[in-house]
Design a protein around this ligand. Structure first.
Ligand code: C5P
Length: 213
């Protein structure tokens, strides 16, 4: 299909402390391999790696050096994208089902911008001087995941606008919204969680044993 998959994988994995997550192994494969497998049907896959890391051999993707931030890494990948739709997916989320990809793509095709979200299961609080403060109604909030889908031209415009204005963002949807363009929400998946902390690894190992998306 006419989609460029952009994989920002240039982070150093600092919170995890095990080196770049792209090369972290779960269930006998690197996170990068898991993600490439999930998108194996895509017409084009572009991956941003930490500068100085040689591209792994035998993987079907085009490798580019990433930037100093996630946003810069995505901007570089976007420059190289050649198809009218893009899916941006963090390498730190190895378990992405076909159903999730299809939901995002369908909505992105129809609207120009779509992201998967989840309800917040916990109570949320804004601490006040280290003590329990104001509770933030969780019903009003969602957790934002990837893959995020966009018209390529729209995401390019959003990144250019952000650069000009000096905006920095942790995902791409917020840049599209900053441009004034609406972003559709689709249902996310808990299994598409982001491997962030050491405690996430045994969960990922357990999931890897049965994962068959
Ligand atoms: O740090 P964080 O968890 O938000 O990173 C999200 C994604 O962005 C990861 O897949 C990471 O590899 C990527 N990233 C990047 N370039 C950077 C920093 C992070 O591609 N400079």
């Amino acid at each position: 299909v006419e989609v460029s998959v952009l994989i920002p994988a240039a982070g150093q994995g600092e919170r995890l402390g095990l080196g770049p997550k792209a090369f972290l192994e779960v269930g006998g494969r690197t996170l990068l391999e898991w993600v490439l497998e999930a998108f194996q049907e895509a017409a084009e896959v572009l991956v941003a790696l930490p500068p100085g890391f040689p591209p792994p051999k035998g993987l079907r993707a085009t490798f580019l050096p990433g930037g100093a931030t996630r946003q810069e890494s995505v901007a570089r990948l976007l420059e190289a994208a050649s198809l009218p739709l893009v899916l941006v997916h963090d390498v730190a989320r190895p378990f992405v089902s076909r159903a999730l990809v299809d939901r995002v793509l369908k909505a992105a095709r129809a609207t120009g911008a779509a992201v998967p979200v989840l309800p917040v299961p916990d109570t949320l609080v804004r601490p006040e001087e280290g003590a329990y403060g104001e509770v933030v109604p969780r019903e009003a909030l969602r957790l934002v995941q990837t893959p995020q889908g966009f018209f390529t031209a729209l995401l390019r415009e959003a990144h250019a606008y952000a650069k000009k204005r000096g905006l920095s963002a942790t995902d791409d949807a917020q840049l599209v919204r900053a441009l004034g363009y609406p972003v559709a929400l689709v249902e996310g998946e808990r299994t598409a969680f982001k491997i962030t902390y050491p405690e996430d690894l045994p969960l990922a190992e357990a999931l890897a044993r049965t994962w068959n998306a």
